[in-house]
Design a protein around this ligand. Structure first.
Ligand SMILES: [Zn+2]
Length: 693
């Protein structure tokens, strides 16, 4: 599962309509700022400093409090302006929102999700909580809304008009035009929702499941470096946790079915019962909020400003994908069952806990592909430099070290990105697991869009093995994840508008945002690309024949994996498209799984408790399939012209990535493809996956 945190900024931006001012500061302006320190100059100073690695919880709390007081002062100033409203108000709103989003969401998320010190992490959480009220105040400010409404659109530039239109839409969606009692209710609900969300995510981060093994004999079949990394503890037993690097290899390689089943049981019950009540309250409060704002349910509210526009359109799309993917899933399941029967002639079904293991076995027997053989070519250090080079070549950028960057842990690295010789962005890589850290893979924005205070700043937060061929061997799918997250990062770095940073990529429809990253995943299946960095400990390049086998095997699993995604998308939609009183978590999950998954399921498990997207994505987990369909269509252009075709890559960079959210996503895609996008290429791919097996 790939989770990425640009989502939180996207929702932040949708809710708070972030728009950082990017008007160039002239020499006269600078002189004025120095002569009379204003709220704007305080904002500039705050944005110019990066608070991602505070020395103590107190330091971060103080920074957060001064950001809050600054933003509140700026809100007050804007609310009491009496001069005729103009584009200058948009710029001012941009600046104050940029401070809020950068500190209260960007920095606070990095601090709360990654800092090694639990007290500092808590100060990050506290800041997010405090800022949720500030954002609520901005989005419900009637005086600011009234000013924006009175701006004459006739005199605005195209960018200003886009920003104004989006601000007004988001203001209306936030309930600003409702009466005061309703606005107060919305405010209270937002506060409660922020609290619940923090609790839900804290549980996900801090509650770890684990099982104990009696001896290393139970790890038979696992790679030697995995066995070496799991020595017995003081009690003589080996602990396997539910953290991804621990769990993944067991599901892929362990021939021990009861071990896989035991681990899946623990994993499917992680954060349960702790997250049962917070999830219930999330549904209830979101439903109440949607109803208060005049929508039938939360799903209707959250899809309104997406590409789909409604939960019905999303559901109809999912049905089409289901129709295209069913045949491949049927064939794959029968192949898995056949493999299972070879091992256990009495078997009549395949358990969920065996799906990955049997798939690996089929890759070995039917495609002569051994994942461990593949793995030796992907040491973290090589992969990182390989991905850097690939991005540099493809998009004509340059990545350099960022000296003296404020890092929060010794394993974090810091880099700068240049385009045409000019600095365009800075980023951190926090790529390896440690206690108390965010457990998935995600791209976190810290500063959005180019502003007058500097370039965008972001961080990848992942959980990959670290080092060279001795300690850092990655699964090929992890390499794919790395590139995927890097796709978000490069989108954050190169997108922007000299006038308004709010027109950066975070302002795009959320159900498009995965598409560029999903499209990039294709490059780790390309021999010429892999040959540039995939080498083993002896320095030998990955054989062309091996990559050929990887590609032959790639289609296997497409059907069952797609249906698995449809289960999650259906659960997400169905939890939120009805009154919460009608939602039985287990029953809805079971209904979707029974309709779509051919696998035998574990009884009495509670996977929803650790399905983090139910908070961050709420009803719209479908976006992964939707944007995958777009990415498949985008990729047809590269298939036609070649993966390293400079002209295509730069056209894509300039027409799609660099445009940020200056245009609706559908138009960006049309500009690149020369026609409207269609899910047809994706449906065909699913149909072909069945034919190829
Ligand atoms: Zn992603």
């Amino acid at each position: 599962m790939k989770l990425h945190r640009i989502a939180s900024a996207a929702s932040a931006l949708a809710l708070f309509t972030a728009s950082a001012c990017t008007t160039p500061v002239t020499a006269t302006d600078r002189a004025t700022l120095v002569a009379a320190p204003s709220l704007e100059s305080r904002a500039s100073a705050m944005l110019a400093e990066l608070g991602v690695a505070p020395a103590s919880a107190e330091v971060f709390a103080t920074r957060c409090d001064s950001a809050i007081s600054l933003v509140n002062d700026m809100i007050g100033t804007l609310e009491t302006r009496t001069s005729p409203a103009s584009a200058a108000d948009l710029v001012y709103l941009d600046t104050l929102t940029a401070v809020g989003v950068s500190i209260g969401s960007g920095e606070a998320s990095i601090v709360s999700e990654t800092n090694p010190d639990p007290a500092i992490r808590k100060s990050g959480e506290e800041c997010i909580r405090k800022f949720s009220d500030v954002f609520s105040n901005i989005s419900l400010s009637r005086p600011i809304y009234d000013r924006l409404v009175s701006i004459d659109p006739a005199g605005l530039s195209e960018s200003e008009a886009t920003v104004l239109k989006r601000n007004l839409r988001d203001y209306r969606r936030s309930g600003v035009d409702k009466d005061e009692a309703t606005r107060n209710k919305v405010r209270a609900l937002n506060t409660e929702l922020s609290e619940i969300s923090l609790e839900f995510n804290r549980n996900l981060r801090e509650i770890q499941g684990s099982i104990k093994l009696e001896s290393a004999a139970e790890l038979e079949g696992l790679p030697q470096d995995y066995i070496d990394a799991h020595p017995p503890g003081e009690d003589g037993k080996i602990t396997i946790t539910t953290d991804t690097p621990d769990m993944g290899p067991i599901f892929s390689y362990s021939p021990n079915e009861s071990l896989r089943k035991r681990l899946m049981e623990v994993s499917a019950n992680r954060a349960w019962p702790e997250n049962e009540a917070p999830l219930r309250r999330l549904l209830e409060k979101r439903y109440e909020l949607a109803q208060t704002l005049g929508y039938p349910n939360w799903a209707a509210y959250i899809t309104e400003d997406k590409m789909t526009g409604s939960p019905e359109a999303a559901a109809a799309f999912l049905s089409k994908v289901e129709a295209a993917g069913r045949e491949a899933a049927r064939i794959e399941y029968s192949r898995l069952l056949e493999k299972q029967k070879q091992m256990n002639p009495a078997a009549t079904s395949v358990g969920e806990w065996s799906s990955r293991y049997l798939s690996e076995q089929i890759r070995v027997s039917d495609y002569a592909l051994n994942a461990q053989e593949v793995r030796q070519y992907f040491a973290y250090n090589n992969v990182r430099s390989g991905i850097f080079s690939m991005m540099e070549d493809l998009f004509e950028i340059e990545i350099r070290d960022w000296a003296d960057a404020p890092i929060w842990h010794e394993s974090v690295t810091a880099h700068e990105m240049y385009k045409d010789g000019a600095l365009v962005g800075r980023f951190f890589l926090d790529m390896h697991p440690r206690e108390g850290k965010f457990q998935h893979a995600a791209a976190f924005p810290i500063r959005v869009g180019p502003t007058r205070e500097g370039v965008p700043v972001a961080s990848l937060i992942c959980n990959f093995p670290a080092g060279d061929h001795t300690t850092g061997l990655m699964e090929h799918r992890e390499v794919e994840t790395f590139l995927h997250e890097f796709g978000h990062l490069i989108h954050m770095m190169v997108s922007g508008n000299p006038e308004f940073a709010s027109l950066h990529m975070g302002g795009l429809e959320w159900d498009f945002i995965e598409a560029p990253s999903q499209m990039l995943e294709n490059w780790v299946w390309d021999y010429d690309t892999l040959a540039t960095f995939a080498t083993n400990a002896k320095g030998e390049t990955i054989p062309r024949e091996l990559v050929g086998k990887m590609n032959a095997a790639r289609k296997f699993g497409t059907g069952v994996n797609t249906l698995r995604q449809l289960v999650l998308a259906g659960v997400s939609l169905n939890y939120y498209n009805r009154p919460p009183a009608e939602v039985d978590f287990g029953a809805i999950w079971e209904e979707r799984a029974a309709a779509l998954s051919p696998f035998e399921r574990l009884a009495d498990t509670h996977s929803y408790a650790s399905f983090g997207h139910l908070d961050g994505y709420s009803a719209i987990y479908y976006t992964y399939q939707w944007s995958l369909a777009i990415s498949t269509d985008l990729f047809t252009e590269f298939q036609k012209n070649g993966l390293r075709d400079k002209e295509t890559a730069l056209r894509y960079r300039d027409l799609v990535l660099s445009k940020g959210s200056n245009k609706p996503a559908a138009e960006l895609v049309r500009d690149f493809l020369g026609r409207d996008w269609s899910p047809q290429a994706y449906e065909q791919k699913l149909i072909d996956a069945a034919k190829s097996q």
